[in-house]
Each structure stands twice: as C-alpha cells, then as structure tokens.
Design a protein around this ligand. Structure first.
Ligand code: ADP
Ligand code: MG
Length: 249
C-alpha cells in the first residue's frame, strides 16, 4: 500500500476525457515521476490530488484517508504541499513575508482571527522561515521583493514555501521549467538533499529527462489521460512504447 493510492480516476472536461481510469500507487519515501507529452493529463491528475479538481469517478487515498470531498486547504493540512507549474508567489511581498504565509497556514489554518501584521512579527514563525531559507541558500535574499528575483529563485522560494510546512508528500509540477541548466542542477541537488534528510515522498511531473532520471525511483508514463507503463527508470529508458509515445523515437 502506497502513501498515495489513486484508483480508477476519471475526469472529463465537456467532451474531452482528460483522465481515463488512472491508477497510481506512490510508495512512501520514494520519488515517483509522472511523464508524458503535453496534454497527457499530468497537471489535471495533480489537481485531483490536491482538491483543485474533483474526479468524476474513482478514489484518491492519502496516508489511509480519502482526499475526495476535502478542500485544498484541508488536504494541505493532511500533509500534501504542491509546487505549481507557474510560480505562485506574492510578488509585492518580500521573500521572508512569502515564507511566513505557509508557516502560519500550517499552524493556525486561518488568517481570519489575526491581523497580517502580527503574523509577520511572530518570532517562532520567523525562526522556522529563516531556517528553511538557510537550507535553500536564500537567507541573504530575505528582504528582497519576490517579484524582483530571477525565475530560478522564484521557483526555489516556492519550493521553500512548500517544504517549510514539512509535508509528507511534496507534489512538483515541472519545477525546472524555464530554468537555466545551473538552476536546474541546483534544484536536483536540493531535492536529493531534502529527500535524504527528511521522511518525504515526492511526486514530480517533469519534462526534463535529466531531472527525471536523476531523481525518480519509479516512473509512470501518462499518454492521453491513461497510464501507459509504470517501471524503474532503467526499464523506462528502453521501453518501446515509451520511445514511440513520448521520446518520439
Ligand atoms: P499536461 O499537464 O499533461 O500537459 P493537462 O492536464 O494540463 O495536461 O491537460 C490535459 C487535457 O485537458 C488537455 O487537453 C487540456 O487542454 C485539457 N484541460 C485541462 N484543464 C482543463 C480545463 N480546466 N478545462 C478544459 N480543458 C482542460
Ligand atoms: Mg501540465
């Protein structure tokens, strides 16, 4: 039994079957990559895991509990954090302020009872945020406005905003998209380090095969909304169906 169990998930958008009978099992403390051509349904699948979309049929179990019928916030509280395909950070806020938001959301759950100013000045939360920024080598940038950072740093910040919540499952949707090679390699190193240091499971959608083969222990290939094959990186590399459907060979 994996920490994440997706069974027979279907999702239609009008006439389009975006996901058709998707089954996926992600073992605890592993890195599982989901690859496939554009439009294969990868982001849709991720959205179904975090409550942003509701599957038409099927089940999604995380850590023994169903995520279906829960809000994205409740699912986050269960221990799933997610990095989006395009960075979702607050450009007008500083790096530090961005970091405090997930710290606070994880601890208290609601901004309704507190003024935002008090959140930004709480020492306990600041310490958590600083520690995490140190871990991702961004502490020196804590006073910068998030909008003024490089694309690579924005992604790094977003990753730090997820990791500071100490999730059991980290979901990454193309975390190295648009990154220069050096930033991509830094991201690979960071994820390897995080995986060694913590009990964390990672599910990653990624186009860059260098990233996939550097990190993943299992790979699922999705094509037209359906898993084509699931195997180890070694076997995926040489798989004829994968070459045909995805690698274009
Ligand atoms: P991937 O992430 O693998 O590139 P997506 O999951 O984004 O693919 O999309 C799968 C298919 O579903 C695509 O054909 C896409 O156009 C369609 N799709 C995704 N989201 C929506 C939506 N909200 N409404 C309608 N169609 C959608
Ligand atoms: Mg996508």
């Amino acid at each position: 039994m994996g920490i994440l169990e997706v069974k027979d998930v279907n999702k239609r958008f009008g006439g389009l079957q975006a996901l058709g009978n998707v089954n996926l099992s992600v073992a605890e403390n592993t890195c599982h990559a989901i690859i496939g051509p554009n439009g294969a349904g990868k982001s849709t699948l991720l959205n179904c895991l975090v409550g942003k979309l509701i599957p038409d049929t099927g089940s999604v179990m995380f850590d023994g509990q169903s995520v279906l019928g829960r809000t994205p916030f409740e699912i986050n509280q269960m221990g799933i954090s997610r990095v989006f395909q395009t960075p979702e950070i607050f450009g007008d806020l500083t790096v530090m302020e961005n970091m405090l938001i997930p710290c606070f959301a994880k601890r208290d759950g609601s901004f309704a009872l507190h003024g935002i100013r008090s959140v930004f000045s709480e020492t306990g939360l600041r310490e958590q945020a600083e520690q995490m920024l140190e871990e991702v080598n961004m502490l020196d940038k804590r006073h910068m406005h998030a909008a003024s950072m490089s694309r690579g740093d924005k992604r790094r910040l977003e990753m730090a905003m997820c990791l500071v919540q100490k999730p059991k499952l980290l979901l990454l949707d193309e975390p190295t998209a648009g990154m220069a090679r050096a930033d991509t390699n830094n991201t690979i190193d960071l994820l390897k380090e995080i995986k060694e240091k913590r009990n964390i499971t990672i599910a990653i959608i990624e186009h860059d095969m260098h990233v996939v083969f550097s990190l993943a222990e299992r790979i699922t290939v999705l094509a037209q909304g359906t898993p084509l094959v699931e195997d180890t990186p070694e076997n995926i590399k040489g798989h004829p169906k994968v070459k045909e459907a995805y690698l274009g060979e």
